[in-house]
Ligand binder design. Structure first.
Ligand code: NAD
Ligand code: GLY
Length: 360
């Protein structure tokens, strides 16, 4: 036998900056104009296009940037193969090349699909993310996960592919509906539960201010929350170990999104998922009673009624599509106390079914 070795060992650097500030569009345009890009695709959704996409496009034009606006219908149902192919076909027909750039302008849906397109188009072109929901600012814009849903479930196809830079422009939160604030705050509460009790206490103390859009509270919470996620991703970019803690609430949450046919938003489903998974952790004597109650109380204070209006068995069945399963057994990331997690927990179907049934 002869061997031809393909030696590809190398050090990679996927580092990038998250810029946080107010009214960043002008400096974004100016920064991009220095990069010698052939073209920019501003990928956005139908709502964000009207609010910010057209203005950004005009600003880019004034700056001499050659850009096109690519708009997808707002909502989770756009995160699919057909829409991804439509974006790709448009990029091809507009002559996008490897010296072009994708700019994702929107919430987690836009970021997930635009990031996925960027990672596969011409085998990968750079992208920049301007998250416009609170959820996208503190969670989905950090860490390079992207993807689309399929008929069998959430985020079934995707890659890890980091943006070149993230611009968190706090000014866009002025138009964000209250429901979307709750969805973002859910992921912030998750960040407290999984690794920072002090941040959890901050969330308890400042919940009303955050919900009312208080700028100082929001600015502090966004920076703190994104730092928590950053710290996790830096240790484990591709979710081989500690990054799994970020999935707290998501195994049940993703199943709920799917079973509701996406009538439940991601944040709403994750809030219910965190309640269910905290109950599972308590039932398995993993989570202590005091911290269990604090988690339930804060989620309820957020305005989430902990009732699941879908068949417990159906939700359980859908957890089997979870990507965190090993050899066909679903594995949960569960809190042991606020700020500490246990990963790869195999909760028996009987416990999960019992908890889901109690929440009907
Ligand atoms: P979304 O992108 O659907 O945005 C929610 C709604 O807010 C949409 O209707 C959108 O048009 C509107 N909107 C966006 N910005 C606005 C603004 N500034 N003013 C007014 N309206 C605005 O949902 P989302 O909650 O941002 O993201 C959820 C998605 O993110 C899910 O698909 C979830 O799976 C994904 N996600 C990904 C990661 C990751 O690491 N990649 C992490 C968490 C969630
Ligand atoms: N939202 C989970 C993660 O980014 O890993």
């Amino acid at each position: 036998m002869n061997h031809v070795r393909v030696d590809l060992e190398k050090t990679v650097d996927h580092s990038y900056d998250i810029v946080i500030g107010n009214d960043l569009f002008a400096s974004l345009a100016e920064g991009l104009s220095k990069l010698n890009l052939s073209k920019i695709a501003i990928v956005t959704d139908s709502t964000v296009k009207k609010l910010y996409g057209k203005d950004l496009f005009e600003l880019f034009k004034k700056q001499g940037l050659n850009s096109v606006l690519v708009t997808i219908p707002a909502g989770e149902k756009s995160k699919n193969r057909t829409v991804k192919a439509r974006i790709e076909d448009m990029l091809i027909s507009e002559g996008f090349r490897r010296d072009s750039l994708i700019l994702a302008l929107g919430g987690g849906v836009v970021g997930d699909i635009a990031g996925f397109v960027a990672s596969t188009y011409m085998r990968g072109i750079p992208y920049v993310y301007v998250p416009t929901t609170l959820l996208a600012m503190v969670d989905s814009s950090i860490g390079g996960k992207n993807g689309i849903n399929t008929a069998s479930g959430k985020n079934m196809i995707g890659t890890f592919y980091q943006p070149k830079r993230v611009f968190i422009d706090l000014a866009v939160l002025k138009t964000l509906p209250e429901k979307e604030f709750r969805n973002g705050i859910t992921e912030m509460i998750k960040h407290g539960i999984i690794s920072d009790e002090k941040f959890f206490i901050f969330m308890e103390d400042y919940l009303e201010k955050l919900l009312s859009g208080d700028e100082d509270a929001l600015s502090k919470a966004i920076e703190w929350s994104s730092t928590i996620k950053r710290d996790v991703v830096e240790q484990d970019e591709q979710e081989e170990s500690i990054r799994k803690i970020l999935n707290f609430g998501h195994t049940i949450g993703h199943a709920l999104e799917k079973v509701s046919d996406y009538a439940l938003a991601h944040g709403e489903a994750v809030a219910l998922g965190m309640v269910a998974e905290a109950k599972i952790a308590k039932a398995m004597s993993i989570l202590n009673a005091r911290d269990y109650q604090k988690i339930i109380d804060l989620i309820e204070k957020l305005g989430v009624s902990p009732a699941i209006p879908y068949s417990a068995r159906k939700v359980l069945e859908h957890t089997s599509y979870d990507k965190k399963s090993s050899k066909g057994v679903v594995q949960y990331a569960l809190p042991t106390s606020i700020g500490h997690m246990e990963i790869d927990v195999e909760a028996g179907d009987d416990v999960v079914l019992q908890v889901l049934s109690e929440m009907q």
